[in-house]
Design a protein around this ligand. Structure first.
Ligand code: GRF
Length: 220
């Protein structure tokens, strides 16, 4: 990675609340990075308006305009590379990425997923956790590989499930934890404390546990 501050590009598809949490933490100096751009695969989403209001450059690469996933990924990669990112954060980005996008950026792409991975990759995580009778839910920030929600976890937070929870009430409780969780994970990677190496992910010079680190609300 180049000298500080790191350049962070954030990919979104919708609301953009995680993007906003990251952008505000960068601006406040809590993450040693600056948001170089916010890129959406959907035009006119709330997250683009939030980014513009924060004075962050925005771009749209509309996936419906491309004949194949590979063509979209190539165009997305070009847009992202134009901003010379040290790090790329997927924040509610709802497209599956192929090797065409992931390989050139391997070890520099993070994602946040609203479950305790490896449980419940993919969609509908809160409904699935409730249907399974789980007592706790959570969220995970992980490095992105070609495996959907399958790259190495960096940081996870556990969130209690209440007996009267609906998918919506649980999603809201988890989302409130996602924001500080993502800020802490990006901070650790931007500061070089968590590093992707060919032999595995390292934390402060030692191998990271397979399920990632545990976040309880206080900085590591
Ligand atoms: C979050 O729950 C995130 O974990 C999931 O999609 C949601 C995005 O929310 N992948 P927002 O766009 O960051 O508000």
């Amino acid at each position: 990675m180049s000298a500080s501050p790191r350049r962070l590009v954030i990919l979104i598809s919708g609301r953009g609340s995680n993007m906003q949490a990251l952008a505000e933490a960068c601006r406040a100096g809590r993450i040693p990075a600056q948001v170089a751009a916010v890129v959406s695969n959907r035009p006119d989403v709330e997250g683009l308006h939030r980014a513009a209001a924060l004075g962050i450059p925005t771009a749209v690469v509309d996936h419906t305009a491309f004949p194949s996933r590979e063509a979209f990924d190539a165009a997305l990669l070009e847009e992202v590379q134009n901003h010379e990112p040290d790090l790329v954060a997927l924040a509610g980005f709802m497209r599956i990425l192929t090797a065409a996008f992931v390989s050139p950026l391997l070890g520099r792409i993070l994602n946040i997923h609203p479950s305790l991975l490896p449980k419940y990759p993919g969609l509908d995580t809160h409904r699935r956790a409730l249907e399974a009778g789980d007592r706790e839910a959570g969220a995970t920030v992980h490095f992105v590989t070609e495996a959907l929600d399958g790259g190495p976890p960096i940081l996870r937070v556990r969130v209690p499930i209440h007996p009267d929870d609906t998918p919506e009430s649980l999603a809201a409780r988890v989302l409130a934890w996602e924001h500080p969780l993502y800020v802490e994970a990006v901070r650790l990677v931007a500061a070089g404390r968590v590093r992707w190496t060919p032999g595995g992910v390292m934390f402060d010079g030692a191998p990271l546990p397979r399920e990632g680190l545990e976040f309880t609300g206080t900085p590591l």
